[in-house]
Design a protein around this ligand. Structure first.
Ligand SMILES: Cc1cc2nc3c(=O)[nH]c(=O)nc-3n(C[C@H](O)[C@H](O)[C@H](O)COP(=O)(O)O)c2cc1C
Length: 235
């Protein structure tokens, strides 16, 4: 289990190097990670970065996962990004990361999306599709964090649409050990420090000794339609 004091400093998302045939370029994974660690990063975050994460096949994910764990070789914490809209595949990705030796999961990243300009009938984005982030993705990612936290049982870092203290609290209640804030900082550059201060105040108001008391504290009562609700942990 990841000691939370090791989760500090600079932990960059890394791209997934591919050969010209589209296979995982394992020697490049090793070179990239050696370079980053030699230059002082405090951890490695695979399956984030340039958006390729969502388009990798299961086989590519498996190869990349093994290559990253082998390349880091215990020298720093390894965070593994989990991104899929399917319940089963999110959990599969999380369990595979844990089995391979990942220290924590990052759930999730942007969700591939599209918009069309009704004046021109052309896609709004130059690349036709792009990653959707911000408040719109929060309920989807919150659900994925909840599922991963209950099944995978390694720390889950929640990331998707967190703009306020209340958003962060929801993620912690769903089981996130930590959270990331992205898009909100474009609107309010001080979003992260505002949220950190807000968490302390939230705990004071609710008479909680520690912010960590919120982690996984969501209360599950019996669902109205249990066959439709995913509540039971599988491990
Ligand atoms: C402009 C922009 C650039 C991003 N660049 C990266 C990146 O280089 N690597 C990465 O793993 N995620 C990247 N992301 C995804 C964010 O890290 C985050 O996973 C996602 O935006 C969801 O969180 P948010 O709603 O708080 O922004 C980027 C997001 C945005 C909006």
């Amino acid at each position: 289990m990841l000691d939370s004091t090791r989760l500090r400093g600079i932990i960059p998302p890394i791209c997934t190097p591919l050969t010209s045939e589209g296979a995982i370029d394992v020697p490049s994974v090793h070179r990239l990670i050696d370079y980053l660690l030699a230059n002082g990063v405090h951890g490695v975050f695979a399956f984030g970065s340039t958006g390729e994460c969502t388009s990798l096949t299961a086989r590519q994910r498996e190869t990349m996962l093994a290559a990253v764990i082998a390349a880091v070789h215990g020298r720093a914490p390894v965070l593994i990004g989990v991104m899929d809209t399917s319940t089963e595949r999110v959990i599969e990705q999380g369990l595979a990361a844990k089995a391979a030796g990942a220290d924590a999961l990052v759930v999730a990243n942007t969700i591939l999306a599209m918009a069309i300009d009704l004046q021109t009938f052309k896609p709004c984005l130059g690349n036709v599709m792009g990653g959707l982030s911000g408040p719109a993705v929060k309920p989807i990612v919150l659900r994925q964090v909840y599922q991963c936290a209950r099944t995978v049982r390694i720390p889950v870092i929640g990331c998707g649409g967190i703009s306020t203290t209340e958003d962060a609290v929801e993620y912690l209640l769903a089981g996130a050990t930590a959270v990331q804030v992205g898009t909100a900082t474009f609107v309010q550059p001080a979003a992260m420090t505002t949220i950190i201060d807000g968490l302390t105040k939230f705990c004071e108001r609710r008479e909680l000794d520690r912010i960590s008391d919120l982690i996984g504290a969501v209360i599950n009562e019996e669902a109205d339609e249990p066959e439709l609700a995913w509540v039971a942990p599988r491990s």
